[in-house]
Design a protein. Sequence first.
Length: 413
Amino acid sequence: MDSSSRDAPPPAGNAPASAAPDERSRWQRFWEDHRRWIVGGGALLLIGIVALLLFGGGSSGAQASGAQSSSSGEGPDTVRTEGFVAEPIRLTDRIFTTGTLRANESVELTAEASGKVERISFQEGDRVARGQLLVALDTEDLQAERDQLQAELRVVRRRAEREKKLLERGGISEQDYEETASQVQVLQARIDRVEAQIEKHRIRAPFSGTVGLRYVSPGSYVSPGQRVAALRNVSPIKMDFSVPARYGRRLQAGDRIRFNVEGSERTYRAEVYAIEPGVREETRAVQIRARASNRDRALRPGAFAEVEVIFEELDDALVVPSIAVLPEAGRQRVFLADDGTAEARTVQTGIRTDSTVQITSGVQAQDTVLVSALQSLRPGAPVAIDTLVRGGAGGSIGERAPASERPLPTGGG
């Protein structure tokens, strides 16, 4: 009984419990023996998948891009740029500056003598003629003195006439006659002197013009030099302005200018008639004086003016943006678009401003001048124009004198 029990096999229900630890041990030993190979292989597999996605996708993208470039006719070396079509325009070479209007003639009317104001013969704002009496001071005492001298002169002249007849008959000596004739001259000189004193008590217009405000009243007492009123001739009217010295040599008498004044939408014209021969040291500018007709007297002395100085006007000038002109070895050149390629062209320039330049030779009307990506362009390089601008919009070019050179407005007069 005991012997058979020891030799009997174990119950069937206990077999899996003893086999499971053996199975786990076997896999554990396998993992430990092959772990490096399994991990390394997985890493290689992951790297391969990533590389396939990257290089495979890029290749297809490049093929698509190449197909697109091929379909649009652009190669990998094509330069994308912008173009400007040169067309004839009316061109004005000009600069802008500022000026001040001045009366053609201007004077402060003052008294030459002292006395009481007897009469005022004008209204404020009146237009008066040259020589017209404006103010008269009291001259009663002077007139009385003159009347007395004139009476004495009449008596002496009659005596001189009688003595002259006596002298012809030998009735008196020549010395007696000369003494009487001398008295006539003395009295006449005294009368002239008194009349000059009377005239100094009268204030007359030295030229035709418009009288301003008066500063005296009838009956008031004035002294020599005291201001009575102002007189100005404003038709024509003058205008003073300055230009930088480099432009001064281009102006001459007879040149026409245009100007505007504050408070008016009109554009006025004037003619240069005088140019200061020297340059002002403090501004490095040349003083210019022009004259405008001002028949309607709408322009007033002292007004501020925006001045446009016109040097030259052209009817069919070709201009291009300044950035399109490249200096090279003492020459200037531009790039033109010629059947899809860049062509270098040497040019001659004329009127130039901060933004445009006139082309006098080297470019023809309707030529397309390239204006961007210029550093990437080479003669014969393929180009693709993204934006095309036509230059025939018309207009004029000009520049404003730089702030450092722009003259300050001159004072009003």
